[in-house]
Design a protein around this ligand. Structure first.
Ligand code: PSU
Ligand code: MN
Length: 298
């Protein structure tokens, strides 16, 4: 196994048993356009620090897995044309000296390898619509089921088959916990039609649930109400985006980036603001949970 490159600030915090929050890079590299992505990346790190934790943005640079990035490295991630690396891509990227952004799956795996227990992101990958024919099910589901990391997200996008995604999470024994909500959030929308099996009201409860379970879990935090997307606009963008996939014969790992790009351009930036604000909110919640977790020394 390749040795992790852990930024000094992150390594010190881990050694001193202080809270660290992992952040992913695919959302920056393939989910948000430049130069907006760099502004968001910097804002996320600031939110973590203000809550009293240390941010660790994760990416693979020149074949080396980086846990925590310098400002120059963060700039590279936000400006270079990077590969999208899921868990299975890590070995090839290391061996061949490639650079890439990490997804929820690979970020979770690398965070765990570094000893980080809390991770904030936007949306989890899941079962795609049409998976009955395509078998397109994100590796994110497998990793969250097998890795003891708490992931804070805003549910999954309605571009996925949400019901099927929740069924797979149940089958794989992943606790899905609503943060101050009884419904699974739908990324741009605060609520879907699906109820969550558990809900918590504050960071201390979330930390206690995670510590007691001893396995990975999803903490589902809805987008802040002020940035929730109008439902008619949302439904129109979704229908157009799905049609675009068919027209352009988009498959596999390009599906999510193509849909996101369509949402961003066709909504004249509304989806960008929504995306930024929900990740900021998830990052704030994750940081509070990380602080609670270490405060109680679970
Ligand atoms: N969902 C989003 N935005 C994203 C992603 C998912 O709303 O940027 C990214 C995440 O990095 C996630 C990945 O882990 O897409 C899932 O890709 P795939 O479906 O190819 O596994
Ligand atoms: Mn896929």
């Amino acid at each position: 196994m390749t040795t992790l490159h852990i930024a000094e600030e992150v390594a010190t915090a881990l050694a001193e048993n202080r809270p660290v929050v992992a952040l992913e890079s695919t959302i920056l590299s393939h989910g948000l356009p430049a130069p907006r992505n760099l502004a968001v990346a910097a804002r996320l790190e600031k939110v973590v620090r203000e809550a009293g934790a240390v941010p660790a943005t994760i990416a693979v640079l020149d074949g080396v897995p980086h846990i925590g990035l310098t400002p120059a490295e963060l700039e590279r991630v936000c400006s270079e044309d990077l590969l999208k690396l899921s868990s299975r891509d890590l070995g090839p990227a290391y061996a061949l000296g490639r650079s890439g952004a990490t997804t929820v799956a690979s970020t979770t795996a690398l965070a765990h390898a570094a000893g980080i227990r809390v991770f904030a992101t936007g949306g989890l990958g899941g079962v795609h619509r049409g998976a009955r024919e395509t078998w397109d099910v994100s590796a994110d589901l497998d990793v969250v089921a097998t890795t003891p990391v708490l992931i804070v997200c805003s549910g999954v996008k309605s571009i996925l088959d949400m019901g099927a995604t929740l069924e797979v999470l149940e089958t794989r024994s992943v606790p899905v916990v609503g943060y101050q909500t009884s419904f699974f959030p739908a990324f741009y929308r605060r609520e879907s039609e699906f109820e969550v099996p558990w809900r918590v009201e504050n960071p201390a409860e979330a930390a206690a649930v995670f510590a007691a379970g001893g396995r990975g879990m999803l903490l589902a935090n809805p987008i802040p109400a002020a940035f929730e997307m109008d439902s008619a606009l949302h439904d129109r963008l979704l229908a157009e985006g799905l049609q675009k996939l068919v027209d352009q014969n988009v498959r596999g790992k390009d599906v999510t980036p193509v849909l996101l790009e369509h949402f961003h351009t066709a909504s004249a930036g509304v989806s960008l603001d929504a995306n930024e604000e929900l990740v900021v909110s998830n990052t704030a919640v994750a940081s509070q949970v990380a602080v609670a977790l270490f405060g109680e020394l679970y």
